[in-house]
Design a protein around this ligand. Structure first.
Ligand code: HEM
Length: 120
């Protein structure tokens, strides 16, 4: 069975997890927004929509449990591949800029040195 879990944080009760699989087709806001919130903390998304009290009541039908917040790392110790790629691009960009600056200086230095030795 496809098990889709939707995280929602309740201010007083820590992280609550909701399995919204049976609700996907019924959600008045469509299934897409729920799928986008899968395995994320969707508290802000949920609150921003201004869901009614009845929506909040309905939500409790899909409650499956709480997350032990002590198991959540304070800072993720991994980098998204896109972030890592952007970082390596940044450092290679710096190297290119440095070479663009140094190369003309080296060529000019070599030209002056040749001129100096030819005069001798
Ligand atoms: C178990 C979780 C959820 C339940 C039970 C739920 C329930 C509902 C209900 C009953 C409505 C109709 C309007 C209302 O009564 O407030 C609604 C609308 C809507 N919901 Fe949810 N919702 C949930 C999660 C989410 C999440 C995570 C999002 C992400 C953004 C979302 C986005 C929306 C949107 C965009 C609408 C349409 C609002 C409009 O057209 O005015 N919902 N939802």
């Amino acid at each position: 069975m496809l098990k889709i879990v939707h995280w929602c944080r309740s201010i007083l009760a820590g992280l609550k997890v909701y399995d919204v699989t049976p609700f996907l087709e019924e959600h008045p806001g469509g299934d897409e927004v729920l799928l986008l919130a899968v395995e994320k903390d969707a508290t802000d998304d949920f609150n921003d929509v201004g869901h009614s009290d009845s929506a909040r009541e309905q939500m409790e039908k899909y409650y499956v449990g709480k997350v032990d917040t002590s198991t959540i790392p304070a800072q993720p110790n991994y980098k998204l591949p896109a972030q890592a790629a952007a970082q390596s691009e940044q450092s290679s960009g710096l190297l290119v800029k440095l070479l663009q600056f140094l190369l003309p200086l080296l060529i000019m230095g070599a030209a002056f040195a040749l001129q100096y030795y030819n005069k001798k």
